[in-house]
Design a protein around this ligand. Structure first.
Ligand SMILES: [Zn+2]
Length: 192
């Protein structure tokens, strides 16, 4: 940040009195501009035959790799509303949002992932500006070595594990560094 979004004057990076971290502070109007982590919401859309809806990314980052629908939570949304909106935007599918089943911290990119189960209300889905392909996949059809992000990889693994065991567990993970996951293509490991 270079300029104050309140008054348009330049900002300086400094630790305000009583604070403990550097913030962008406007000398002209005194506004302190706090920056906080982004929340990413997603859902694993499940069709009634057990297949889940996967999207091939047609945008960077991770163009050409696979994900289930997920994206940045918007102002005023709940995690479930955001996950349903992202699903519609990325795949054209309508879902009933189910339980929150995973929270994953990715502090090295200041992101928090909240993942829901989701039930597709019809088998309808289609490619979108964000997804070059949308495909209903059985577990054994998931392209595990072409998953876009470690968060998505973990989310899918938990989803299928729970379903196999007939449980609806909640999962929590801190990704503390850009670690390697066997099976994920090198390019997919650089960010969340
Ligand atoms: Zn200002």
């Amino acid at each position: 940040m270079k300029f104050c979004s309140t008054c348009g004057q330049p900002v300086a990076l400094l630790i305000p009195a009583g604070d403990h971290l550097p913030r962008h502070v406007c000398a002209a109007c005194g506004t302190v501009h706090y920056q906080n982590p982004k929340v990413i919401v997603g859902c694993v859309p499940e069709w009634e035959d057990g297949r889940v809806l996967m999207c091939k990314r047609s945008i960077e980052p991770r163009l050409g790799l696979w994900t289930f629908p997920a994206g940045f939570l918007e102002m005023g949304e709940t995690s479930g509303e955001g996950a349903a909106r992202e699903t519609l935007e990325e795949s054209g599918a309508v879902v009933e949002i189910g339980e929150l089943f995973a929270v994953i911290n990715v502090p090295y990119v200041s992101q928090l992932f909240m993942l829901h189960r989701g039930r597709m209300t019809s088998a309808h889905h289609h490619a979108t500006p964000e997804s070059s392909e949308t495909v209903l996949m059985r577990e054994d059809e998931i392209p595990w070595d072409e998953i876009a992000f470690p968060t998505i990889y973990h989310g899918l693994k938990w989803f299928f594990e729970d379903r196999r065991l007939g449980v609806k567990d909640f999962h929590y993970l801190d990704l503390k560094f850009r670690h390697k996951i066997p099976g994920i293509r090198e390019a997919a490991q650089e960010s969340s």
